[in-house]
Design a protein around this ligand. Structure first.
Ligand code: ADP
Ligand code: MG
Ligand code: MG
Ligand code: MG
Ligand code: MG
Length: 661
């Protein structure tokens, strides 16, 4: 498959004109898929990860690190094996938004065999090596969610200056040359989001106030060429102002897709994973530095929501509705708005805006209320990019126009109906997770999520809480060091009424509990720390204990058992706060850097040292015991001991961090 196979993109005016056409045919395509495949059963578990790698370049003499704009050179080479022999590749490569990004997935999805857990990390490493081999001296493949100085002057190689008046995003900070250009999609998407909303995007991240941070903190944008002060109104004092799709979409993430046995299982899994999205966001936090400043946030999520927000002022509510159809509370990049399984309905406690034409059409075709609501909600959005060739498709055979809308609703979970023309079942995608600097951590997070899905299905668990509480958790999750300082809404008991006697859950709950259980008649959920959610407490079983129980009931060879234990050990310690998140470690690194002036500024030199250190850690040339500690191999996991062992050291580190605040 070449990079340029999509065809001829239409202008924004043309795309807009065809919006209704796309919706009508998109929904027709979904209905056809549904009718044909709603009874498809017994697909096996298959799953795969996606890693969006970042390529960077070091100038050791000048102590500078650059985003390396080279994806257009190396991607065609990386994709060559797939072009030669698509059915037999070890890895697959795709372009991403920026020319400093390359997206890699395993050549084939993994299957239900536990031994596949032994392949995840190795395949991630292989992908990294494949990229690395095509780079020159001082150029590296890194996995992390945000480049700390993206948008600063001179942050790329080669160097480009933003051309605010003529560029697709009209940004002061992010030049068009950063956008991957060998594929028209990304630049057009950028332009069309701006044209649709009729302004450039804007977001303000609260700056982390350190002892020497100027108060109020007000940036002078004239150094970026804004002599007229046009951006000054959009920027808020004591905040870092961002104004480009690419400052969000140019961030990287770690996604996992699962194939379910049936549409019902896919819907169940989609719902059950929703409450885990904020938890995994907080667990994986790796984005504390934005445009060269330390900020109050640790994650990319809300930045992406704002930077991909195509709503007009009428839609988002700052002007009365005149020309538009709906008020829309959230960006098309956002957390999930509604559960989709029949049993979940009572937890949908937020307004879900619907395209009623689409909704009625689905209901007329015997699609149930909840699924119809989900699709009709996705379809309130316009297509953002449309190719001439997509206009005359056969709705009984193609799913392109459905996917046009579905795949530009960038939500924390995605329900993926079977694509046309291939033998793939009903799938769901878990999308919030941030990237970690080591393959080991990325593999651990992925393995943990996959094991959770197995445990959820095996024990028929119920993790649901009202969707408004999940949204609140999304906010908590992104706060600085949320992992140790925030509490999250979580279900007190995961056993369902249908399975009151899931014996091991009840027994763990009993063993652990010296205190009376929560009163079941009051609220089903309460606020818990991530440590309680993952490792358990005297009141709550803990997700890791459920996974351990699941694992003890399946056949595992010693090797796989050992690999999994290593991963779960990392998850446990991170949840306990005894190992740092990447974000906390980065803050710590900056705070202790000799040239850091405690003014929130992450200079070129600090960023250079930070990323050089990360690159060494990534390539096993240096250890990072504050973040990753592999335990000596043995076949049983003693979570409590591991956590206790970390505790003393943590107190020392903690006092270091606190002193710097
Ligand atoms: P997208 O970008 O739309 O999410 P990608 O093709 O980039 O899709 O990634 C999809 C992921 O799904 C990959 O990790 C791939 O290995 C995995 N995958 C492919 N086929 C299946 C399948 N039948 N079931 C589950 N996962 C699959
Ligand atoms: Mg992908
Ligand atoms: Mg991607
Ligand atoms: Mg993407
Ligand atoms: Mg994906």
């Amino acid at each position: 498959m070449g990079l340029l196979t999509e065809g001829h993109p239409l202008s924004w005016e043309e795309t807009k004109k065809h919006a209704q056409y796309v919706r009508e045919h998109g929904v027709e395509q979904f209905i056809n898929t549904y009718k044909e495949l709603k009874d498809r059963r017994n697909d096996s578990l298959q799953w795969g990860d996606e890693v969006e790698f970042m390529i960077i370049r070091f100038d050791h003499e000048k102590k500078k690190v650059h985003l390396l704009l080279k994806a257009h050179e190396i991607l065609p080479i990386l994709m060559e094996p797939e072009n030669q022999n698509p059915d037999d590749c070890t890895t697959l490569w795709r372009p991403e938004y920026a020319d400093y990004m390359i997206e890699g997935t395993p050549g084939k999805p993994y299957g239900y065999l536990p031994v596949h857990f032994n392949m995840v990390e190795a395949n991630m490493r292989l992908r990294r090596q494949q990229g690395q081999e095509l780079l020159d001296k001082d150029e590296y493949v890194l996995s992390t969610s945000n480049f700390p100085r993206n948008g600063c002057p001179d942050c790329s190689w080669p160097t480009y200056k933003p051309t605010t008046d003529t560029s697709a995003s009209a940004s002061l900070f992010f030049p068009d040359e950063f956008i991957f250009a060998d594929h028209p999609r990304f630049k057009i998407l950028t332009r069309n989001i701006r044209l649709r909303r009729n302004s450039k995007v804007a977001f303000n991240i609260p700056i982390f106030i350190d002892t020497n941070t100027p108060r109020p903190f007000i940036e002078d944008f004239s150094i970026y060429g804004d002599t007229a002060g046009v951006n000054t109104t959009a920027a808020i004092k004591d905040h870092i102002y961002l104004d480009a799709i690419g400052l969000g979409t140019g961030c990287s993430c770690l996604q996992v897709t699962f194939q379910a046995q049936s549409i019902d299982e896919a819907r169940f899994l989609y719902d059950q994973l929703i409450p885990l999205t904020p938890i995994m966001l907080a667990m994986s936090a790796s984005s504390p530095i934005w445009r060269g400043y330390l900020t109050e946030i640790d994650c990319r999520w809300n930045v992406l929501c704002a930077m991909s927000d195509d709503r007009t002022t009428e839609e988002e509510g700052s002007e009365p509705l005149k020309n538009e159809c709906f008020r829309i509370p959230k960006s098309r990049y956002s957390s999930v708005d509604c559960y989709i399984s029949p049993d979940s309905a009572k937890y949908n406690d937020q307004e879900v805006v619907l395209d009623m034409n689409v909704f009625h059409k689905l209901i007329e075709n015997d699609i149930d209320h909840l699924l119809a609501q989900h699709i009709a909600h996705l379809f309130i959005r316009d297509p953002l990019i449309l190719f001439e060739e997509q206009l005359h498709l056969d709705d009984t055979k193609d799913t392109d126009l459905f996917e046009n809308i579905n795949s530009t609703n960038w939500q924390s979970m995605r329900f993926k109906p079977p694509p046309a023309d291939c033998d793939i079942g009903w799938r769901v995608e878990f999308r919030p997770t941030e990237l970690q600097m080591t393959d080991f951590e990325n593999a651990a997070l992925v393995t943990f999520i996959v094991l959770l899905t197995r445990a959820i299905l095996t024990y028929n668990l119920n993790l649901l809480i009202p969707i408004s509480n999940v949204d609140e958790n999304m906010k908590f999750a992104q706060q600085r060091d949320a992992l140790r300082h925030q509490k999250f809404h979580f279900r007190k008991s995961l056993t369902t009424e249908q399975t009151p006697d899931t014996p091991f859950l009840t027994s763990i709950q009993k063993n652990k509990s010296q205190e009376p259980e929560y009163d079941k008649t009051e609220c089903e959920h309460c606020l818990m720390t991530i440590n309680e959610i993952i490792n358990g407490s005297n009141k709550f079983v803990g997700l890791l204990n459920i996974i351990q129980n699941y694992l003890s009931n399946i056949d595992l060879d010693a090797d796989t058992q050992d690999t999994i234990n290593q991963y779960l050990d990392l998850i446990s310690r991170r949840a306990a706060g005894t190992l740092m998140t990447n974000a906390t470690w980065m803050r710590h690194f900056v705070a202790n850097h000799p040239v850091y002036k405690h003014d929130s500024v992450v200079t070129d030199e600090i960023a250079y040292d930070l990323l050089w250190k990360m690159t060494k850690i990534t390539n096993d040339e240096e250890e990072c015991p504050e973040v990753v500690r592999k335990k000596p191999s043995k076949t049983t996991l003693d979570v409590t001991a591991a956590v206790e062992q970390d505790n003393n050291e943590l107190e020392i580190k903690q006092s270091l961090i606190n002193n710097n605040q």
